[in-house]
Design a protein around this ligand. Sequence first.
Ligand code: IMP
Length: 193
Amino acid sequence: MKQLVFVTNNPHKLKEAQSIISGDFKIISLAEIGCEEEIAETGDTIEANASQKAFYVYNKYKVNCFADDTGLEIEALGGRPGVYSARWAGEDCSFENNIKKALEELHDSTNRKACFRTIVSLIIDGKETQFEGRVDGQILREKHGISGFGYDPIFQPNGYQQSFAEMHPDEKNLISHRGQAMQKLMEYLRGIK
Ligand code: IMP
């Protein structure tokens, strides 16, 4: 079985990837290759960040790997926070702080359109391939639900009456940006096995 390192320290993401990517590839964590350092994310796009993280691990540890990066893009805010979604409200901000900022910046704007985009950057034998997952939806006027993380309580995907935070995680993973990018990665891996 071939091994692929997922460049993440998030056990939930690791588990999600392991449940999607089965077959010939075994997905292992950074801890399993002894990588404990903080990996820089200094790109100004999510494409650049995903690439930077994956190449860091590939170049230092000489292992085939993939990294992901996600941003929430709000149309009325010109695509912000985008690549800065994690620390939008400040360096040590909470999810709650970010949600508050989103609601304040949008205020009573009637254009609530937004999307989550995930880029997965896969590096096999030094060759990079990127996959994109995207889900379009609306920013709600207040929080709904308590499940999930990040901006989930204020994001309602198009075609649904619930926010991401009101959905069962399995339901969210089926349609989410990250879920879609992981599915594309899996289809690609199936083709090259
Ligand atoms: P990351 O690149 O996966 O670390 O995501 C960057 C930031 O985007 C996170 O810190 C969250 O604020 C936000 N984010 C990413 N994925 C989701 C999601 O599925 N729901 C809500 N917020 C998310």
